[in-house]
Design a protein around this ligand. Sequence first.
Ligand SMILES: [Zn+2]
Length: 165
Amino acid sequence: MGKGELVPDGIILNMVESILNEEENNSSFIFDGFPRTIPQSEGFDIILSDRNLALDHVVNIEILEDEVVNRLSSRWSCPNCDSVYNTISKQPDVAGICDVCGSELNQRDDDKPETVRNRLSVYFEQTEPLIDFYKNKGLLRTVSSDGGPDSVFDRILGEFSKLDN
Ligand SMILES: [Zn+2]
């Protein structure tokens, strides 16, 4: 992960399977950032059909490449208490210092600009093909990432409610 590579498919699928086995009410759930490859989505289909489950929606949040680099490389976190800051949208009171515990903030290896560029090329090669994969299944809901989290959330709900009508 530190180099911007993906965790192997088998490991991810085992994790997903054990999460679904542990949860009691496991017929409603949201996965964030999974699946990331075609083999993961094929494995996920098998895991779901073994449990008589099926996906209702796959949400694709669209963002420009430069904006991804901006947003991720401005993210800093506390190595002591895991608080997360953002030099654009959520600055700590004292630059470089955690508000919660006073530790010095650092940047996750996978949020450094050069690593973010590598994560993007991994995305285009391995994850972007999922857009057509889910479009062909009629599950894809694409929304813009413009504005803050609330705007994106409203847009996603809007896509869902269109389908309920
Ligand atoms: Zn802290």
